[in-house]
Design a protein around this ligand. Structure first.
Ligand code: PAF
Length: 269
């Protein structure tokens, strides 16, 4: 309605408690909340991954109704991509490494669909989880560079009781893999402690945890200590850091991260 503020939560559906956390945050910050659910084909680098992505529309709608969301926007693929799309939004540098390198074209697909959704929904505020930290940076950069009139709100990662970051892809894990998956977050916590203690060089810490995860049965794409503001490799003087990790466990690709503030020292974090 005219004059009312709109908060927007873009999703690919298969809603879990982490998504609902985003919705709850959105509800506190605007008059109306819109949630989109669209499994976006252009951000998948593997056809099988797109075809198999969990689609649970009816259950998702029930969850959104229970939270009194104002609009659930569930466009069809033909509606979003009626013809071959000739325009792409491509955010260089922040998209280049980590998931961008491991999944060619992924962030172009994300930035393009998010830009389209912003233009359709015209929100005042948009909500993204920090679990996909590189995605968050891509969106923030696009919004700043293209003067998109929206405020990007980051919501902390929501975790299972044992620490595993919530993700729609966790449903792919077998029971044994699910038990094991928490080792990814444990590696991040231990590496954070190692960074805070400042006895080892970043590159040594990265190598150690890549080897550890490999030994535990993961196939890591990267385990990287980065500057938080631009995701470039961290160097000695940097204080605000983030460790980004992506690793396959069986057929499931998991991503996670942990933030580090080196101005506070090891005892205060
Ligand atoms: O994070 C996601 O679920 C997707 O990448 C997004 C932002 C909804 C774009 O399709």
């Amino acid at each position: 309605m005219a004059g009312e503020s709109i908060a927007f939560v873009p999703t690919m559906g298969n809603l879990h408690a982490g998504h609902l956390q985003l919705v709850n945050a959105a509800k506190t910050q605007a008059d109306r909340v819109v949630v989109s659910m669209f499994v976006n084909p252009t951000q998948f680098d593997e056809q099988g991954d797109y075809a198999n992505y969990p689609r649970t529309e009816e259950a998702d709608i029930d969850k959104l109704q229970a939270l009194a969301v104002d609009v659930a926007y569930v466009p069809a693929v033909e509606e979003m991509y009626p013809d071959d799309i000739l325009t792409k939004v491509s955010v260089s540098q922040v998209s280049d490494n980590y998931c961008g390198a491991a999944r060619p074209g992924h962030f172009d697909g994300v930035a393009t669909i998010v830009c389209k959704l912003f233009n359709i929904v015209q929100p005042d505020k948009v909500f993204f989880g920090e679990k996909d930290f590189q995605q968050l940076m891509v969106i923030r950069t696009m919004v700043a560079d293209l003067n998109v009139p929206v405020e990007v709100v980051a919501v902390p990662t929501f975790r299972e009781l044992d620490g595993l970051a919530m993700s729609s892809r966790n449903t792919y894990l077998s029971e044994a893999e699910r038990q094991q998956a928490v080792q990814l977050y444990q590696a991040l916590c231990q590496a954070k402690q190692a960074v805070l203690e400042q006895h080892k060089r970043f590159i040594e810490i990265e190598r150690y945890y890549l080897q550890l995860l490999t030994g535990q049965g993961f196939e890591p794409d990267y385990f990287s200590i980065c500057r938080r503001h631009d995701l470039q490799a961290a160097t000695d003087g940097d204080k605000q850091l983030i460790i980004l990790v992506a690793a396959r466990l069986g057929k499931t690709r998991l991503i996670d991260n942990i933030q580090i503030d080196l101005t506070v020292g090891p005892l205060n974090y």
